[in-house]
Design a protein around this ligand. Structure first.
Ligand SMILES: [Zn+2]
Length: 413
């Protein structure tokens, strides 16, 4: 009762004060009409969309501020994945500039801007077209697009989402040559699995991991191309599967892919680092699960003859390890034979890393040192496929996967 009365007094006092202020004040100019920006909205509500914020420069350019993801106990940070949907009137020319490309790698700052030579765009999120970017100065990346309708998806590279993987697994899982085995969970509890194609009785095993780094979709396109080639049911597929089976961890960093991350897992770990020691089961459960699987396979007498970890970067290269000693030399000779086979059976032309190159803690170095497995990192240029003389797109990576079936056959005879 008392409180109600008090409120009434306060309200009356406020109203009277406001009325008097209005009488005393000069005429207020109407607020300026807010000019719409070059886009009405940037939608990031969907699977694999990148977290970002944006603002408009004076000339109307949309400044797209990407979010970094961070490595634990480190200065390292990474941005560079982008995938979003522009909403603007049909026919509008929209210039985008990407901001926050100042990554830190191995505790050294370096812009990822020079690696972004194209974006891909799509009206339906399925059919993508490459568009070259411009770089008015070092580290700056701009692209101008014309809205073909009221909505346009824009991405760093042709997306391959968790739902795309699930669709593939659903399609092939009843094939007797296919086995999908859950091996553990990501930090956020998503199930990760090994996809085996072939027979456990095959004399050799090839292991492939894709998508340790979420922004890098090529690995998933390559895996799909390889799996489809091996399941074709023709003479070549049968020849390959008589020699080897493939065991694939198709999407190691599912959390990052789903959430539109760039590099690290949600524990702040780089899944292509620290392979020189056992993985932390809490912070890097994706690697701990893979390690348990690998150790069980070795125990069962099925040590992989070759392991490939698939990535994207701005160059494309087969990253070979060069361990010291006679075993290291034999390993290198086998890997160079594999490089030759890649050149013969796929569009691969990029070559391999120089003798001075080291990539400590990567799966390539760690698996040979700890498990005696011939392992390498295979990077795919995210902009251009020199061997096909065309922009890097999903179809080129699918074709590479198809050729990989024969490239493996040549080294498992
Ligand atoms: Zn990578």
């Amino acid at each position: 009762m008392l409180l109600t009365a008090l409120c009434a007094v306060v309200r009356d006092t406020v109203v009277v004060a406001a009325e008097e202020a209005a009488k005393a004040a000069p005429a207020v100019k109407p607020a300026p009409v807010v000019q719409p920006g070059a886009v009405d909205f940037i939608d990031t509500s969907f699977e694999n969309a990148s977290p970002l914020w944006y603002e408009f420069a004076a000339d109307g350019t949309v400044m797209v501020n990407l979010n970094y993801d961070h490595q634990r106990s480190s200065l390292n940070r990474a941005a560079g994945h982008f995938h979003f949907r522009l909403q603007a009137p049909k026919g509008r020319r929209v210039t985008l500039e990407f901001v926050n490309l100042k990554n830190v790698w191995n505790n050294t700052p370096g812009s990822v801007g020079k690696e972004i030579k194209q974006v891909v765009v799509s009206q339906d999120g399925r059919n993508w077209t490459p568009v070259p970017t411009e770089s008015p100065e070092d580290g700056r990346v701009r692209v101008t697009l014309e809205m073909p309708g009221e909505s346009l998806f824009v991405a760093r590279a042709e997306p391959y989402r968790l739902s795309d993987l699930n669709r593939l697994l659903e399609e092939i899982k009843s094939n007797p040559l296919v086995q999908v085995t859950p091996i553990g969970k990501t930090v956020q509890g998503r199930q990760i699995e090994i996809l085996r194609v072939g027979r456990d009785s095959a004399p050799k095993t090839i292991f492939i991991r894709a998508r340790a780094h979420p922004w890098e979709p090529a690995g998933n396109w390559v895996v799909e191309g390889l799996v489809r080639r091996l399941l074709k049911g023709d003479a070549l597929a049968e020849k390959c599967l008589a020699q080897y089976r493939v065991c694939i961890l198709p999407m190691a960093n599912k959390d990052g892919v789903e959430r539109g991350g760039t590099r690290f897992n949600l524990g702040g770990k780089d899944l292509n680092r620290e392979w020189d020691k056992p993985a932390d089961p809490q912070l890097a459960p994706e690697n701990a699960a893979l390690e348990r699987w690998l150790e069980a396979e070795i125990q069962a007498g099925r040590r992989p003859a070759l392991a490939l970890d698939l990535h994207n970067d701005g160059n494309g290269l087969l990253h070979l390890s060069r361990p010291e000693g006679p075993e290291g030399e034999k390993h290198l000779a086998r890997m160079l034979a594999f490089e030759k086979s890649l050149r013969a059976h796929t569009w691969f032309t990029e070559g391999s890393s120089k003798p001075s190159f080291r990539n400590p803690g990567s799966l390539g170095e760690g698996w040979f040192a700890r498990y005696g497995v011939d392992a390498a990192i295979l990077e795919f240029n995210c902009n251009y496929i020199a061997g096909l003389k065309e922009p890097a797109m999903g179809r080129g990576w699918l074709a590479f996967g198809g050729g990989l079936a024969e490239a493996f056959a040549a080294v498992t005879q």
